[in-house]
Design a protein around this ligand. Structure first.
Ligand code: RIB
Ligand code: CA
Length: 316
């Protein structure tokens, strides 16, 4: 069993990731932390509790985290996830409440326990990284409980929120920059599951409709149907769910180590992940910036069918 924590801004594809993480037999979902992003924090929390309930996992601790980015004014995405964040599905919303502590405190406690037992946790941020930045700067000792960070965000190629930036990084660029710097300082390995692979794990409507009638299967079907409807296609990617697949089955993902920086001040490029694919063995001594201290495994390709089958087998 791989211990994992998901940090989410539950929208439709975060829901795909939660169903997988909650139900896959090889994952031990230790906690889920919530942050404002796709929709406001209140809806993110209710959506997260709702999805975990459908997955039969009301045992998983859930905590509220940051409602707003560190500096950037929040810019939600109701046009992508619906006003309520779950595609306005008429799915009964959970009446449960999250745990009493802040997300940063839940992350701290779970990671300190992991450091003590040696069962290190893979942290999977699938949202703006505000909670993660606050954690690593407030409780750096907690990093001793981390095996690695596998985050959905960024892009070596084009953006989605803007031509240049991917939504999670664009929403809180300072948080992303802090996480990369802190992880490098603290020696935590980082994998970037960016837009370059994000769209490549696709579930067809036929596959979704053959999942069966358990609450998890029914919700999985509805999520794919809603995303297919939004994108007017006969199937939909599981988006964030692919990052969880990469933790379960790393062999399905191709990565390369590249120096990585986040643009914080560009008028048109703020929030861009600058993936430095240059050959650093050549003479780059004239580069005034020098190499980024953050070298991360950047996902460059994914076996979409392999991960689609993995997701289907877990959520049906
Ligand atoms: O850019 C895609 C990312 O932004 C996904 O995590 C999606 O859920 C939104 O948060
Ligand atoms: Ca997300």
């Amino acid at each position: 069993m791989k211990p994992v924590i998901l940090d989410v801004d539950t929208g439709l594809d975060d829901a795909c990731a939660l169903l997988l993480a909650a139900r896959h037999p090889e994952l031990d979902l230790k906690a889920v932390t919530c942050v404002g992003g796709n929709v406001g924090l209140d809806d993110v929390v209710v959506n997260t509790l709702t999805v975990l309930e459908a997955a039969g996992r009301t045992d998983v601790p859930v905590a509220r985290g940051a409602a707003l980015p560190l500096l950037q004014p929040v810019r939600a995405a109701p046009h992508v996830h619906g006003v309520d964040g779950l595609g306005n599905l008429d799915w009964p919303r959970s009446s449960r409440t999250p745990g009493p502590g802040h997300a940063v405190e839940l992350l701290r406690d779970v990671l300190r326990d992991a450091a003590a037992t040696g069962e290190l946790v893979t942290l999977i941020p699938l949202a703006p990284m505000t909670n993660i930045a606050l954690l690593l700067r407030t409780y750096p000792d907690a990093a001793a409980g981390l095996r690695e960070i596998v985050f959905m965000g960024g892009a070596a190629g084009i953006g989605n929120a803007t031509a240049s930036a991917e939504f999670n990084i664009w929403t809180d660029p300072e948080a992303a920059a802090i996480v990369l710097a802190a992880a490098a300082e603290l020696g935590v390995p980082v994998t970037m599951y960016g837009l370059d692979v994000f769209y490549d794990v696709v579930i067809t409507l036929d596959q979704a409709r053959s999942l069966g009638d358990s609450p998890s299967a029914e919700l999985a079907r509805r999520l794919i149907e809603k995303r297919s409807e939004l994108y007017q296609s006969d199937g939909a990617s599981i988006g964030d769910g692919g990052a969880v697949c990469a933790v379960i089955d790393p062999a399905g993902l191709t990565t390369q180590p590249f120096p990585l920086r986040v643009e914080l001040s560009g008028t048109w490029s703020r929030g861009r992940t600058i993936v430095d694919t240059r050959d650093w063995s050549s003479d780059l001594t004239n580069d005034p910036h020098g190499p980024s201290p953050a070298v991360v495994q950047v996902a460059t390709a994914v076996d979409g069918k392999r991960y689609a089958d993995l997701w289907l087998s877990a959520v049906k």
